[in-house]
Design a protein around this ligand. Structure first.
Ligand code: C5P
Length: 233
């Protein structure tokens, strides 16, 4: 069985703010997600710094381009010692296969590679009206997950609400990484397809990605521990 864990989305605009935030965690080393904002601001150096501090890292850069470009970009990322990285499944099976090739190091090792299905901020209505996808959002997510599996990827990013059906379609070992997590008494913000850490556990997702409910909390360490208690148990 896959391991359940809470990943903190460190959506900060500088290395200093991120490290000051991580300094608060004196008795644990949370799994950290580095997204576009922090990576574009602080570059590969912040990845190395956080790794050297002993955290696992999900590098969330959501690549989406022609297969050759993604393959070459992934080959650069493979030299960073991250544990997980990702791309958009909408880039097609060929793009995902190319990414996997680029990410695999000469010794055969590589970070986990995960595909974004539909962003958790996208509603079914907007997907249909703006993207002209004439299917339900659930069917789209399952199809994208099946494509990712066919390409040889390890799993997908989706809402925790969709993790059960992804597992049903792609198998229990197919990893689900799920943002869109909010405490029952918290604010939703720009996310649409959301649920609580406890419900995410019941549905059976592997990783929850939690940003603002932890980073903007008065006591981030307590908020992180509340997530771990609800989700990991
Ligand atoms: O602050 P919040 O908990 O909404 O943060 C969620 C994080 O997960 C953000 O960093 C966002 O970029 C990321 N994410 C997402 N939906 C996806 C993929 C990644 O919200 N489908």
């Amino acid at each position: 069985m896959n391991q359940r864990d809470v990943i903190i989305a460190c959506d900060f605009s500088s290395a200093e703010a991120t490290l000051a935030f991580l300094d608060k965690f004196t008795d644990c080393k949370p799994f950290v997600k580095i997204g576009m904002e922090l990576y574009y601001a602080a570059g590969p150096a912040i990845v190395k710094e956080i790794k050297d501090r002993g955290h696992k890292i999900f590098l969330d850069l959501k690549l989406h381009d022609i297969p050759n470009t993604v393959k070459k970009a992934m080959s650069v990322l493979s030299k960073m010692d991250v544990d997980m990285c990702n791309l958009h499944a909408a880039g097609t099976i060929d793009m995902m296969k190319a990414a996997l090739e680029g990410l695999t190091r000469p010794d055969g090792t590589r970070p986990l590679l995960i595909a974004v299905t539909q962003l958790t901020s996208t509603s079914e209505e907007r997907m249909q009206k703006e993207l002209l996808i004439n299917a339900s959002i659930n069917d789209t997510i399952v199809k994208y997950a099946q494509n990712a599996k066919q390409a040889g990827l390890d799993g997908v990013v989706c809402s925790p609400l969709e993790a059960g059906m992804v597992k049903e379609a792609c198998g229990a070992e197919f990893v689900t990484v799920t943002p869109g997590v909010r405490f029952a008494d918290g604010e939703v913000g720009d996310q649409v397809r959301v649920t609580t850490p406890a419900r995410a556990k019941e549905i059976g997702t592997d990783y929850i990605v939690v940003g603002r409910p932890i980073t903007q909390a008065e006591d981030p360490v307590a908020a992180y521990k509340r997530c771990v208690a609800e989700f990991v148990g």
